[in-house]
Design a protein around this ligand. Structure first.
Ligand code: 3HC
Length: 717
């Protein structure tokens, strides 16, 4: 055996899994073979009365089936077999004639949690690194090693669907409350507790073991829960509702959650064998879909980004430690950066603004981010108090003297930003990094008069900062490698997926978003109803449509960015006159309750029909919306191809991850550059030429795209 070692503790055999040469444990062919060998050896060993399974890795129990192995399989039959063999192996563990205790610290996900479910007793640590769950649907799959069968039996149908269908993971304490684990302990006593549980269970035999003592706190489903989960009509309602809610969320683009529902249903309604058969059949079907391949591609892309220091090939630099952060500007962005930095990176944050009343509001907003985490039980009351104490504020820059990094999030005005930079450089240490959070102004212009330009770069956060996963980092030609590596590293500590992009107007995300939003403006000004535009794009797979997005971002903010982009790129990015008219009418979007949509009591309602009067058009839904979809999507594809070929992103991977995490580009399409490859550059050029004939030169295909079409060159070789 290479991954499993067996040690004896009295009558208990402890199986320690530590996959050599890998950062995490995963269930690959070798590990499965080791488990089979160990079980065969221990089954007949009279000296062994119980087993404990534990991990030798510092922070993972088992991260699931080996996703890399999936990339080596191609047919539905191969995947079905993989799932069936996984089920069979875990069934042998489940049937093992001696009690098996699972001692869980760190990530216990997918197949790893399915293995835990096949054990007789589960003990998890209360450590923040401990996460348990079934994230398979996030990869376009379903739990294919018995998870759809065992979890509902353990914690009840509704609670199980709440984990399986969205592909959720839970902390140790939540898992304990839900009944997913039987005991919750501090890491230091995990093994001792497991050995005691093994001893206790070893005293039970045969049927007694099957009827083992109930978990200390059985799942609380209440009377309604019992009615829904334990009666046939109740369960029928649960299935119907789960299906309806999922379709509303996914728009039918993701088959995995519904397939998982079918596997759960088959098991509960037709019995175990039928459930397992449906589970491995559907696992095979899902794994062979393009959607799953795309989602797995995104998993590997984001994993690779976690290790990328953002430096050009051949350049290396060590990131500096960031312990003290200064944030200038206590508005929505500044407060969001401060709150996220404290809650995710645990650094000392000093918030600066010109007036104390504004600082008070900013500190409150930053603390609200911590309160949200406390409410969702992501942190304890003690951690909340400790982290909240790290937040302070003032009007004085002198307090930045000890800051390692200062991020400014002041008004989008070049002179103001330059002044803030000069003022900061005057009071900070030579090694302090200055980052500007701008979405439109070139960083090199802000840094033009800097006395330490090697320490200046852009950190473009997205709003709301605590929820948006992406961070664009923008070095100038003078930014030092150490500064880049430090900002990338710190962005990651803030929980962000970081891409390093070129200092070019709009950077990456706003660059590709702008033509898309402009096109929505043109279509609206022609009388295409706003809800039709939104529906067409949510049907394509975006989480919200472009008109709703404009209302959310704010029309004033959008107009400013559109102006900068128009100036930089000329008529291709000329905004439609619509936004100007909306602003004249003081329509700023959701923030002042006056936008394209109505916001009675702050909640979005239907379209505001008076917008059409303002634009002087009569709304008329087109009979065929294909061309609308093409106009919006292809304007983005064209710009993405152009920007990628200008080197705005360092790789197609960064471009696609940026589009997915920055603007919600549909993950199942893999990102705009992947989508161009799938369609074929020639097809994209053909559609763009057609749109150019109908709607003008803003659709002229990018020369580089035409070149790709002629030479059949892909973004992903
Ligand atoms: N298979 C293969 N490789 C995996 C893996 C898995 N299940 N989980 C993690 N890895 C690899 C990563 O690719 C990365 O490899 P690299 O160093 O060579 O690039 C390495 O492990 C470290 O991963 P991270 O950088 O992501 O480390 P973190 O500490 O940030 O996160 C984690 C660890 C929480 C375990 C995260 O990696 C994760 O979420 N993994 C995926 C979990 C998952 O989706 N499991 C379900 C798999 S499908 C399944 O089990 C099917 C079954 O039902 C039959």
């Amino acid at each position: 055996m290479t991954a499993l070692t067996i040690s004896r503790h009295g009558g208990t055999a402890v199986l320690t899994l530590d996959l050599p040469g890998e950062p995490v444990n995963k269930l690959n062919a070798a590990v499965k073979a080791d488990f089979e060998t160990a079980l065969a050896e221990l089954r007949g060993d009279a000296m062994v009365r119980a087993l404990v399974i534990i991990s030798g890795k510092p922070d993972t129990f088992i991260a699931g089936a080996d996703i890399e192995e999936f990339t080596r399989l191609s047919t539905q039959e191969e995947f079905t077999r993989l799932s069936r063999e996984g089920q069979e192996m875990l069934q042998r563990l489940d049937d093992f004639p001696k009690p098996v205790v699972c001692a869980i610290h760190g990530a216990c996900l997918g197949g790893g949690f399915e293995l835990a479910l096949a054990c007789d007793w589960r003990i998890a640590t209360d450590h923040p690194k401990t996460q348990l769950g079934l994230p398979e649907v996030q990869l376009g799959l379903l739990p294919g090693a018995g998870g759809c069968q065992r979890l509902p039996l353990l914690i009840g149908l509704s609670a199980a669907l709440g984990i399986i269908m969205p592909g959720k993971t839970e902390s140790g304490s939540k898992a304990f409350r839900l009944g997913m684990v039987d005991e919750l302990v501090p890491k230091s006593i995990l093994l001792d507790t497991a050995l005691k549980a093994a001893d206790r269970l070893a005293g039970l035999v045969g049927a007694e073991l099957q009827l083992r003592p109930l978990p200390a706190r059985p799942p609380k489903t209440g009377l309604m829960g019992a009615i829904f989960d334990r009666t046939r009509p109740g369960r029928r309602f649960v299935y119907w509702k789960a299906r309806k809610d999922t379709l509303a969320k996914t728009g039918g683009h993701y088959p995995a959650p519904l397939a998982a529902l079918e596997a759960v249903r088959a098991g509960l309604e037709q019995g175990g064998p039928a459930g397992y058969a449906v589970e491995h059949r559907l696992f095979g079907e899902l794994a062979a879909t393009d959607v799953s391949r795309k989602l797995i591609g995104i998993f590997f892309a984001t994993t690779a980004l976690k290790k990328d220091d953002g430096l050009p090939p051949g350049v290396t630099a060590k990131p500096r430690a960031i312990e003290r952060l200064g944030v200038i500007g206590s508005g929505f962005m500044g407060a969001g950066i401060a709150g996220t930095a404290v809650s995710s990176a645990g650094v000392d944050v000093r918030l600066k603004d010109t007036e104390l009343s504004r600082i008070g509001k900013g500190l409150k907003a930053a603390t609200d981010i911590l309160s949200g985490r406390l409410k969702r039980r992501r942190i304890t009351r003690f951690e909340f108090e400790r982290l909240a104490a790290l937040l302070s504020g003032g009007t004085d820059s002198a307090s930045f003297a000890r800051a390692d990094l200062v991020i400014e999030a002041v008004f989008e005005d070049l002179e103001v930003k330059r002044a803030v930079l000069a003022e900061t450089e005057a009071v900070t240490r030579p090694e302090t990094i200055f980052a500007t959070n701008t979405s439109t102004i070139p960083i090199a212009e802000i840094a033009a008069q800097a006395s330490r330009p090697d320490r200046v770069l852009g950190m473009h956060f997205f709003s709301p900062v605590d929820r948006m996963p992406l961070l664009e980092i923008i070095p100038t030609g003078k930014t030092s490698p150490e500064t880049i590596a430090t900002a990338v590293h710190f962005g990651r500590r803030m929980g962000k997926t970081v891409i390093v992009v070129r200092d070019h107007p709009g950077f990456w995300v706003n660059r590709i978003l702008m033509p898309y939003l402009n096109e929505a403006g043109y279509a609206l000004a022609e009388g295409v109803p706003m809800e039709v535009l939104d529906r067409v794009m949510t049907r394509f797979g975006f989480p919200v449509g472009p008109v709703t997005l404009l209302d959310e971002v704010g029309l004033d903010v959008g107009a400013k960015a559109a102006g900068v982009m128009h100036a930089a790129f000329g008529d291709r990015l000329k905004p439609s006159p619509l936004i100007g008219r909306m602003l004249e009418d003081k329509r700023f979007g959701r923030k002042n309750g006056r936008g394209f949509y109505l916001y009675p009591k702050g909640k979005k309602a239907g379209p505001d029909e008076t917008v059409y009067d303002l634009l002087g058009v009569r709304p008329l839904a087109p009979a065929d919306t294909t061309i609308i979809e093409q106009r919006l999507v292809y304007s983005m594809l064209n710009e993405a191809a152009m920007a990628a070929d200008e080197g705005v992103v360092r790789s197609p991977r960064d471009g696609d991850v940026g589009a997915i995490f920055g603007i919600g580009y549909p993950p199942f399409r893999g990102g705009p550059l992947r989508y161009i490859d799938d369609l074929g550059a020639a097809k994209v050029v053909e559609v763009l030429r057609d749109l150019e004939r109908r709607h003008g030169s803003r659709f002229t295909p990018a020369p580089s795209l035409v070149g790709r079409a002629e030479q059949t060159v892909r973004f992903y070789p």
